[in-house]
Write a protein that binds this ligand. Sequence first.
Ligand code: NI
Length: 175
Amino acid sequence: MSEAKILPILIAPDRRLKQRARPVTEADRAEIERLIPDLFATMYAAPGIGLAAPQVGIGLRLAVIDLRPEERPAPIVLVNPKVVAASAELATHEEGCLSLPNQYADVTRPARVKVAYTDEKGHERTLEAEGLLAACLQHEIDHLDGILFIDHLSPLKRNMILRRLAKEQRLKAAS
Ligand code: NI
């Protein structure tokens, strides 16, 4: 097995982050088997708790999550994930994103979700989640539809974050 690679993460407003990813098919199996370790390596190195394939420029419906409860690894691989049920009750969490470094905002979403997906071995699974995991699942599935957490905010707030990010990226490039 080859060493996992740390991949460059696309930064907003990269247009590729706004594209809808296509479903993973059996023909993609070899590619996703290579890609999954790279996604985890990239996410852990960042560090982050979730990463979707479109964030590294790959337009496939694939994402990885690890909330590391009590500092222990708890990796989740989501192939073709879909929210199949969501609570009417909402919850607000502060969200960030590796494609919007150093930017955070409160995002309100359904408090509980049920997600259907295929795991890395090709088994169909469902996961019921609440709290941070529910927010993280919805955030990553949004990426597969070209939606960023800032798209859930008012245009004013969204533009403020995008301007601040652009400024920070210019300063970083200049330094
Ligand atoms: Ni994100």
